[in-house]
Design a protein around this ligand. Structure first.
Ligand code: SAM
Length: 241
């Protein structure tokens, strides 16, 4: 059997994510489903040097390995219920991308938009992320199309991109408020694309009655109502400080 030091070892965060997703609810279930989701990867002091990322701009996409820090202390179980299967069928945790897993490690392929070194702080500018604000990053590797994009691969119950048949509309207040946020020119498209993914938990989706929900993106609170396959954004406000 393996030495104890090999069975258990420490990892160190190399940085963390600054993301518009301020809570778990409504984060897309995989990266790149919502391209407007931009984020910054801020390096820790020990890695806050340009040498660590020299040459990284040559890659369009990166793999991020990270810690599901918000749920890591909740443990794991052998069987999980993938939302894809309506939350009824169970699969082995290692046959899914579930967040509740031994070691709580996640991986996402994200787009690299640029490298920033401003006021002595090194950061990567990213888009298409599926990560909560504050997520600790444990490693970064370039995405290698010749090796990572596998021709002929199939993915069973998760073989296709999830269907996004939901439509989205905005109340007058919401549309006006969004238009005024000139610092976020993509805000309307961002909210639409998040809602099209239908953030509701799988078990709620079968219910037919109208229900309202709330989420936080950036410093905004967004309230919407779901009726059948339609999301209507009722109100967008600035979160109370
Ligand atoms: N692409 C990653 C993977 O395959 O390992 C993550 C997939 S996981 C199904 C995506 C979900 O993780 C998001 O919808 C969000 O609810 C959750 N999530 C994102 N960042 C998190 C964090 N720091 N802690 C806990 N959950 C997180």
């Amino acid at each position: 059997s393996l030495e104890p030091a090999i069975v258990q070892f420490e990892v160190q965060a190399i940085g963390h994510i600054e993301s518009p997703y301020k809570q778990k609810f409504a984060i897309p279930r995989q990266p790149r489903l919502v391209p407007e989701a931009t984020a910054k990867l801020i390096f820790c002091d020990a890695f806050n040097r340009e040498e660590f990322v020299r040459g990284i701009e040559e890659f369009t996409h990166l793999w991020l390995l990270f810690r599901f820090h918000e749920t890591a202390d909740k443990g794991y179980s052998a069987l999980v219920r993938p939302p894809r299967l309506g939350g009824n069928e169970r699969k082995g945790v290692f046959a899914t991308r579930a967040t509740f897993r031994p070691n709580g490690i996640g991986m996402s392929a994200v787009k690299l938009e640029g490298v920033e070194y401003k006021n002595g702080q090194l950061a990567l500018l990213l888009s298409g992320i599926d990560l909560l604000d504050g997520t600790p990053i444990v490693d970064i590797k370039p995405y290698l199309p010749y090796s990572d994009a596998l021709e002929g691969a199939s993915a069973g119950f998760a073989d296709t991109r999830p269907e996004t048949e939901m439509t989205v509309s905005f109340s007058e207040q919401a549309a006006r408020f969004i238009d005024q946020q000139s610092q976020y020119p993509e805000l309307k498209g961002f909210i639409s694309n998040v809602l099209k993914q239908d953030p509701r938990p799988a078990y709620k989706k079968k219910k037919q009655q109208t229900q309202s929900y709330g989420m936080n993106l950036y410093e905004f609170n967004i309230r919407w109502q779901v009726e059948d396959e339609h999301n209507h954004v009722i109100e967008v406000t600035r979160e109370k400080q």
